[in-house]
Design a protein around this ligand. Sequence first.
Ligand code: NDP
Ligand code: 2IT
Length: 445
Amino acid sequence: MQKKIKDFMTELVKKNPGETEFHQAVQEVVESVMPFIEKNPKYQEAKILDRIVEPERVIMFRVPWQDDKGEVQVNRGFRIEMNSALGPYKGGLRLHPSVYLGILKFLAFEQVFKNSLTTLPMGGGKGGSDFDPKGKSDNEVMRFCQSFMTELQRHIGPDTDVPAGDIGVGGREIGFMFGQYKRLRNEFTGVLTGKALSWGGSLIRSEATGYGCVYFAEEMLKTRGESFKGKVCAVSGSGNVAQYTVEKLFQLGAKPVTLSDSNGYIHDPDGISEQKLEFVMELKNVKRGRIKEYAAKYNCKYVEGRWPWEVKCDCVFPSATQNEIHESDAEQLVKNGCMLVAEGANMPTLPEAIKIFQQAKILYGPGKASNAGGVAISGLEMSQNSLRLSWSREEMDERLHDIMVKIHDTCVKYGKDGKHIDYVKGANLGGFVKVADAMLDQGLV
Ligand code: NDP
Ligand code: 2IT
């Protein structure tokens, strides 16, 4: 088995040189599904694994735009249309200077399994650009988004490919992109999700990833007869996912004590209350300031250039970016008595760190299961757009909760090993089987 996995990975690395994040994401899935494929020759004969790691289509394009000084800027745009076995390609757009093919392919690959887990009819995709929104004016962001969509529009559509937000893409960017799509195509359709409520958006979409992650974690805690009451929680990031993770944790009686950005983290031992969170939302979503300002306002500790994993806590919610929890962080977290990790971000934990969590038998929920609430509500935004109706906040929250419980059930079904639940295996296998079977049904495509 180990040799089969190694041979497969050697071939993949050779075929996709330099795409280290993509290699990492594939390795994890292959380790989970290879034993299953070995036992089921129909997947082997159809070369499902070789096909599933190859995007159906990769689009790369030039994005020229003019900055406020009138200078010409050129960025690179991407859309990875990874797999459409279960529905139209679906997944976010990331705007961050680190963006390149390897990052977007890892994200698109993960998205395929995540979307399958949601139970909704969505294929997987991801896109974005190496554009850095930090320090740009609203007008610069608008000109970039318009140029980006001028090319992207010819590849997407409500029944083809439906992008949404990710790092650096929130309500403002979705608005600019939607406006440009509508202008070029003369169509008001559900081509993007994460839209504002007055023009086709869904209630609970903003909250969905963070709330969903906490709902999933609550199910994990229940397997040990535990609840969030009084649990000290470390959260990283301070963007969309982190904000609503903190909100739900607070509502469920936990005490979220940290937030971070790319400069450092704050530690507020008194807990981040609803009122303090309002300050964070204004700071991050409107003023676009740094998290350091929280420490000044609420007189707590700010640690420059570090992640919050050194803070003693019961539960952690990595909600910033990939590879933010290293082996030494995992060791320290386990030593400090941490009992649960639920990933709001995509692939935030390095493989060596995952091993440490698994060996310590703490509850470890991988992103493709625990952060699937965002895309799940995106899927329901698509349904509402098709119906030209909108469902109530209560209904959306209930559906989100229900979907996260179902994803947890799937992880248990495929990942239960005696008393222990291997959520990595459960999520990978649970996501894989549906996609693989649909690929078999649809012939050699
Ligand atoms: P936002 O852009 O709203 O926030 C990102 C946050 O993470 C910011 O605080 C940012 O700090 C920090 N961050 C980003 N990159 C880095 C980095 N390289 N090093 C340190 N800090 C960093 O993004 P989201 O909250 O939407 O996304 C966060 C994570 O959740 C991502 O992994 C994303 O893929 C994942 N996710 C998002 C979903 C969604 O619906 N939005 C759904 C599922 C997963 P700074 O401002 O300094 O850059
Ligand atoms: O990683 C993710 O699941 C997202 N960024 C959300 C994708 C979506 O289409 O809502």
